[in-house]
Design a binder for this molecule. Structure first.
Ligand SMILES: *Cc1c(COP(=O)(O)O)cnc(C)c1O
Length: 402
């Protein structure tokens, strides 16, 4: 029997069974649905994209996977070279892994060991193990990722959070945290501009600019978890294009959603912290499926399409339509409507307001998955205007029906 995610198995509603998927559409026996969630935000090019499918098929005809320990291959070499060119600044050192959560673990491990390595070489330095994170953060479901996360609705069962300080996305709180803890702080991990699973919370770039300044001033590493925001979701290619982190984590859309894969990308400074004659300074990590050849082949093709088809223009258009359709829509039950890039969120006061919405949307040709008090869309970037309007119409009609 399948054990489904985030569900009380005893009373979970039967999932919709998908028999086919193409473009922005999912198909069940009796319905054609626009996937307004992009399969947990990753399916940016849509389903069954001929070039992405071909990239996987061609690689599979050669080999699907070889380990990266002591071996290398064309797809991983090409993807790493491509990311080096595609990503801003000196974010040039790609450590691959099989999922976003693992890539976050790697980032934190990198940051912590960076400091340990430094202390090895400079005995006068004090160890720094404290991690700064955001309130309502979500960084994945593995333990260290959960420790830096801050969402009771996911993590109420585990509440040990020694070694992590959470702050709101407000500059005074940020400055206060640095004033209090700067000599203990190892790194600051954030979902930049858009906090996804914590409730599609959007905040201003000025917060990240100030964070960069403070991190520089106090020698604290800045980590951007762009597993969700990377590849255009916020209306920026990467938030890292605006403020440069020391370590960048990408996942979800990296492979266009075709296969699970992720990457932790370090800058020159972080990489140099491991590059030494001391064997103990090596990064001791290596997921079995890191650098998987199918994943690398499809990621490469996905980035090629992203650039060639000018996805940033498509996302700008999505944002314009979203604002036109949704901003200004109001109802007594709605707390706030917010739009950023390819993400729209309707936050209600009472989660009960959204009960039944998923089925309502299903019957009107839209797949949606509201959670807690958030109704949202994170559409595939290949969506047509009339399809996007349909998604928003269904959202608005839910409130208009009385
Ligand atoms: C989804 C997500 C993760 C976890 O990625 P998985 O591939 O599900 O392990 C980590 N960080 C953020 C910001 C995410 O949205």
């Amino acid at each position: 029997m399948i054990w489904y995610p985030y569900e009380q198995m005893k009373n979970m509603k039967a999932p919709y069974k998908i028999i086919k998927a193409k473009g922005v559409h999912l198909y069940t026996e009796d319905q054609e649905l626009i996937d307004s969630v992009s399969s947990w935000w990753c399916m940016i090019h849509g389903y069954q994209h001929p070039e992405l499918t071909a990239a996987i098929q061609e690689q599979a005809a050669n080999f699907c996977h070889v380990m990266l320990g002591g071996l290398t291959h064309d797809p991983v070499e090409k993807l790493s070279a491509k990311l080096e060119e595609f990503l801003p600044g000196d974010l040039n050192y790609c450590f691959f892994s099989d999922s976003g959560s693992v890539a976050v673990e790697v980032a934190l491990k990198m940051a912590l060991q960076y400091n340990t390595n430094q202390c090895d070489d400079h005995p006068e330095m004090k160890k720094r193990t404290l991690i700064l994170a955001l309130e309502h953060a979500y960084h994945g479901d593995t333990f260290k990722a959960m420790e830096v996360g801050d969402d009771e609705d996911y993590h109420f069962a585990f509440d040990k959070k020694e070694g992590v300080v959470h702050i709101p996305t407000e500059i005074p709180a940020l400055e206060e945290a640095f004033a209090l803890y700067h000599d203990k702080l190892n790194c600051f991990i954030v979902e930049p501009l858009l906090q996804g699973a914590g409730g599609m919370r959007m905040y201003d770039i000025s917060f990240l600019k100030r964070a960069r300044e403070l991190c520089d001033e106090y020698g604290v590493l800045l980590i951007f978890d762009e597993v969700a925001t990377g590849f255009g979701r916020t209306g920026n290619r990467f938030v890292a294009d605006l403020v440069l982190p020391d370590i960048l984590v990408l996942g979800k859309a990296l492979t266009g959603g075709y296969i699970g894969h992720a990457v932790t990308v370090a800058n020159e400074k972080v990489f140099r912290g491991f590059y030494s004659d001391n064997e103990r300074h090596a990064l001791m990590h290596g997921p079995t499926f890191m650098g998987n050849a199918l994943a690398c082949a499809v990621a490469l093709k996905g980035i090629e399409i992203f650039e060639r088809e000018n996805y940033m223009e498509k996302i700008k258009k999505i944002e314009e339509i979203s604002k036109r359709e949704m901003l200004g829509f109001s109802d007594g039950r709605i707390k706030e409507v917010r739009v950023m890039g390819g993400c729209t969120c309707v936050e209600v006061y009472d989660p009960k307001t959204l009960e039944g919405f998923q089925q309502y949307a299903y019957e009107r040709g839209v797949f949606s998955r509201p959670f807690l008090s958030y109704m949202y869309s994170m559409v595939p970037y290949v969506i047509e205007e009339d399809e996007l309007v349909q998604v928003f119409t269904v959202m608005k009609d839910w409130f208009r029906r009385g």
